[in-house]
Ligand binder design. Structure first.
Ligand SMILES: *[C@@H]1O[C@H](CO)[C@@H](O)[C@H](O)[C@H]1NC(C)=O
Ligand SMILES: *[C@@H]1O[C@H](CO)[C@@H](O)[C@H](O)[C@H]1NC(C)=O
Ligand SMILES: *[C@@H]1O[C@H](CO)[C@@H](O)[C@H](O)[C@H]1NC(C)=O
Ligand SMILES: *[C@@H]1O[C@H](CO)[C@@H](O)[C@H](O)[C@H]1NC(C)=O
Length: 903
């Protein structure tokens, strides 16, 4: 099968008769212009590997590439080749430039072409937080530079002499400053950083040509150097900071330059190179929000993992976006996707109080707030149960540009509050939770103007404001020097920012978590030498380093590598929910199996497979599973199995199809689980099968699409292991995909807009010349992922009732030609789209909204004739059948006219 989705008959099913078969093949050609996460006119073409044929043709000098290029020339398809892939058994193909979508369609018919996928942009990996440190006494340095090793038992493995020696780890990132003394000082044989490749050069910006060479030195970005230190730093440094696998051999594959985003075709190249170079472990701290397993990079990462290499990939830092928002290629089924856990220590700053006799107010932030002078305070709420900032602030609100605004974190989303305050000029925020416990919310990024303070301090400031007392706060550098580390009561819990799964096909992402918030590691010498960074980017190399220790302990072989995820997941320890006062375990949709326990993973004598059970949604519920428990020890072991539910999370807002924002509230409503047998003794070397059957939680509202999860605990007198499960209550196929409200940007979506950006007026038919900007645009938002979005041109009086009806633009039914109507042809198609952000409040944010700009051409670049038309937009439901009309949401645009100027 070619393409991801072969959807023959789709148009026919929906738009009745009259379609040529060429429209069908054109449909698959998909122009993907205007989608900000695609690189325009670039495709990765996967080819049949000739290695599979009898070697004859290959011996005669043929290659899969030459055959396909020959076929393209013969059909007159102009193309450019950016790079070629030649990894037999994994991926053979090329990244190509092809201008016309029609040519892409023709290409799909050439023998030897297996699939054609668009090239995605991969954002440059950015930490949630970054602070460069020079001095061990710098307050941002966690008091115990090895706290993360202690949390996970890595320190014990080091004490046993494990160091990763003899294991090769490939780091795909922004390069490594191997001149750093803690990273060996040089690159080459006998050094810590042995080799690698630079696929980009410093100045590659995602649009210009990369300047590849053999030297993956990072002097400008820092991200890859930090990752390398987490894996392999030597402890001979002023912080005594040490990597997880300090004697592993590191190879650096530089796929991100100093600036801007990367491209998927380069990431694929780096993955294949790392595989070819014989890396035992490949780690990638990058990706793009996607939620599907469909990208080429996911596919390649998956095949490498399936062949027995360990591939670790970061889950992403979008925890505040809520569920169903995980990164690709971490989505690939066989890679180990990694979430982030808070370090046990957290940096804080003191703000000085002026105008009252009150001790300094600590706020949580790695860097002081960038505020000079003294600022008066302002509160949008003086009563506990109402907050003016949830709506537009009253007209008599003063200019807030020189105030620090105290916000209480409840009632409505923090983004909305900040947005409303910003409209009155507000720039600086202190956030508190109205609980007795200090709530260490830590969302303040390196440039964001917010920080959290304790509940009592927040309440005191609001009281002072309400009483009219003129309190001012100073964040000046004197008080910034007073920064300090506080034990983080969230230490060991999942970072707020760590992205939630599941994927839209109900895989558990992340697989597990590792320390990733407030992590000290190496940084390029030119940029200060050491830095404290936060994010799943930091957690991922921690797991990669642990995999190296495991391979050193158990031997480098494909069996150990394939078993790695099961070993990590079954020995991890689940983290508690973030919310204060709740003892529930955090949902596996954000933590996977929980915090990595390296020592237990390496030494467990009990082997549990599989270590994760995927229960899917209600419509595809998989209630029965068999787990094997093997005793590899020399003594009989008695096991006792029991069930512990994790918090169930409502992934949609109440009475709404909009995703709930993170952190998601935990609900105490677990599945019912029957374990058979639940107590037994296993002889040395023997295996016991256990049948586990699940009944999904009943007392939860499936309209809010609850995700439930939990752990089957496997306890023996000497160890405690677990199997993690996850499912959802509700039918993914029923989830609303298209935004139909005006909650965003004040207009009902989807909408057809003209060049003036105003929605098309349905009382008159607008006429577009299609010259320059004079064309219509469909503006839409996706509330949930969709495997397929397509736009077709229809006659203005098409007889079709779309699922989304709007009084003002309802189609004129009954006017239709009784012989049946057809669409005029495909305009555009995109596959495997993620949902849009519920947080982005500006239409300028590419994550908030999508546009289909209609330039007057079919997908095959044929100009449409003058006339009056509608655009039919359809979104396929998750798990929907592309050939069934009822599995789509559909929307018909108002009528518009195309009238080209006289030539
Ligand atoms: C910060 O302020 C708190 C009081 O609110 C105080 O106990 C602490 O010592 C201060 N820290 C520093 C480093 O000044
Ligand atoms: C602090 O704010 C000033 C003024 O807005 C800005 O110019 C400067 O770059 C900021 N510094 C940092 C470290 O963000
Ligand atoms: C869940 O069910 C859907 C529909 O059959 C399927 O495509 C998907 O792969 C399933 N997911 C898992 C994890 O089994
Ligand atoms: C392009 O697509 C349109 C609509 O499907 C079709 O009518 C037209 O014949 C196609 N043109 C070419 C050159 O294939």
């Amino acid at each position: 099968m070619k393409w991801f989705l072969n959807a023959p008959g789709l148009l026919v099913a929906l738009c009745l008769a009259g379609l040529s078969t060429s429209a069908d093949s054109v449909m698959e050609s998909a122009t993907i212009d205007g989608q900000d996460d695609y690189v325009p006119h670039r495709y990765i073409v996967e080819m049949e590997s000739l290695a599979g044929f009898a070697g004859k043709r290959a011996n005669m000098g043929h290659s899969a590439h030459a055959d396909v290029y020959h076929g393209m020339r013969k059909r007159g398809i102009p193309f450019g080749i950016d790079r070629e892939y030649n990894a037999h058994g994994i991926f053979v193909g090329a990244s190509m430039r092809i201008e016309s979508a029609n040519d892409v369609s023709k290409l799909s018919e050439i023998p030897g072409v297996k699939a054609i996928r668009p090239v995605m942009r991969i954002p440059r990996p950015e930490p949630v937080e970054q602070h460069i440190v020079n001095d061990p006494r710098d307050p941002h340095v966690p008091p115990n530079a090895l706290s993360t090793h202690i949390m996970t038992g890595v320190d014990k493995l080091h004490a046993e002499g494990l160091s990763g020696e003899g294991i090769k780890i490939g780091i795909i990132d922004s390069g490594i400053d191997y001149t750093h003394p803690a990273l060996g000082g040089a690159m080459g044989d006998g050094h810590k950083v042995v080799g690698g490749y630079d696929f980009t050069g410093d100045a590659y910006d995602g649009n210009n040509d990369p300047q590849p060479d053999d030297d993956p030195l990072d002097t400008c970005a820092g991200h890859g150097t930090h990752v390398a230190g987490i894996i392999g730093a030597d402890p001979v440094n002023k912080f005594s900071m040490k990597g997880v696998a300090p004697k592993a051999s590191i190879y650096s594959y530089r796929a991100f330059s100093c600036i801007s985003s990367g491209q998927e075709d380069i990431l694929v190249q780096a993955l294949l190179r790392a595989q070819a170079d014989g890396m035992d472990v490949i780690t990638v701290s990058a990706g793009h929000v996607n939620g599907w397993t469909g990208s080429t990079a996911s596919l390649v990462a998956n095949r490498i993992a399936e062949q027995g290499r360990v591939v670790t990939v970061s889950a992403g830092n979008d925890g505040l976006e809520g569920a169903w928002y995980t990164n690709s290629p971490a989505t690939a089924a066989h890679v180990i996707s990694v979430g982030s856990i808070y370090n046990n220590f957290i940096p804080a700053q003191n703000a000085t109080v002026l105008g009252a006799d009150h001790p300094p107010i600590p706020y949580l932030r790695a860097l002081p707030l960038n505020i000079t002078g003294e600022l008066a305070i302002f509160a949008t709420s003086t009563k506990p149960d109402e907050d003016a900032a949830c709506k537009h602030l009253p007209d008599d609100t003063p200019d807030l540009s020189d105030r620090v605004v105290i916000l209480r974190a409840d009632t409505c989303s923090m983004r909305r509050k900040m947005h409303n305050v910003a409209k009155k000029g507000g720039k600086f925020f202190l956030i508190y939770y109205p609980e007795d416990d200090p709530w260490t919310l830590h969302i303040g990024g390196k440039s964001s103007p917010d920080a959290s303070i304790s509940g009592p301090d927040g309440a005191w400031l609001v009281e002072q404001f309400a009483a009219g007392n003129e309190i001012k706060l100073s964040f000046s550098s004197e008080s910034a020097d007073a920064a300090f580390n506080v034990p983080n009561w969230l230490g060991g819990r999942v970072a707020f920012t760590s992205s939630f799964g599941p994927t839209f096909d109900m895989h558990m992402k992340p697989a597990l978590s590792a320390p990733g918030a407030n992590i000290l590691s190496t940084f390029p010498v030119a940029l200060g030498g050491f830095a404290v960074l936060s994010g799943t980017s930091m957690a991922t190399p921690f797991v990669a380093g642990t995999a190296a220790l495991m391979l050193q302990a158990k031997g480098r072989n494909a069996d150990v590598e394939s078993a790695m995820r099961d070993l990590f997941q079954s020995t991890a320890t689940p983290a508690l929910s973030l919310n204060p006062g709740r003892d529930l375990f955090q949902t596996a949709a954000q933590q996977g199996a929980g915090l990595l326990q390296a020592h237990n993973a390496v030494h467990s004598k009990t082997i549990v497979t599989p270590a994760q059970l995927l229960l899917n949604d209600t419509a595809h519920f998989a209630p029965k599973h068999t787990v094997q428990i093997k005793n590899t020890g020399s003594q009989p072991v008695t096991y006792e199995l029991s069930h512990v539910a994790a918090a169930t999370v409502m992934t949609l807002q109440p009475n709404s199809a909009h995703a709930a924002l993170g952190p998601l509230d935990p609900v105490d409503a677990g599945a019912d689980v029957v374990i058979e047998p639940s107590e037994f003794t296993v002889a040395p070397g023997a295996t016991q099968n256990v049948e586990i059957s699940f009944t999904a939680p009943k007392n939860v509202d499936e309209v809010q699409l609850p995700v439930f999860s939990g752990f089957i605990k496997i306890d023996s007198p000497t160890a405690s292991l677990q199997v993690t499960y996850m499912g959802t209550v509700g039918d993914l196929k029923k989830q609303t995909i298209l935004e139909t409200t005006d909650a965003f940007f004040g207009i009902k979506l989807p909408a057809l807009r003209g060049p003036d950006r105003e929605p098309v007026d349905t009382s008159t038919v607008p006429v577009y010349t299609m010259v320059k900007r004079d064309h219509p645009t469909v503006v839409y938002r996706l509330l949930f992922g969709s495997p397929l979005i397509r736009f077709d041109l229809c006659d203005k009086d098409i007889d079709l009732t779309p699922t989304i009806l709007r009084r003002a633009s309802a189609p004129v039914l009954g006017d239709a030609d009784p012989t049946g109507v057809s669409t005029r042809g495909l305009l555009k198609q995109v596959t495997h789209r993620p949902r849009n952000s519920e947080q982005a409040t500006s239409e300028r944010s590419p994550k908030a909204v999508e546009h289909f700009r209609f330039y007057g051409e079919f997908a095959n670049f044929t100009r449409i004739p003058n006339g009056e038309y509608r655009i039919l937009m359809r979104a396929l439901k998750v798990t929907g059948d592309p050939s069934k009309a009822e599995d789509y949401e559909s929307w018909l645009s108002p009528i518009f006219a195309v009238n080209y100027p006289e030539a």
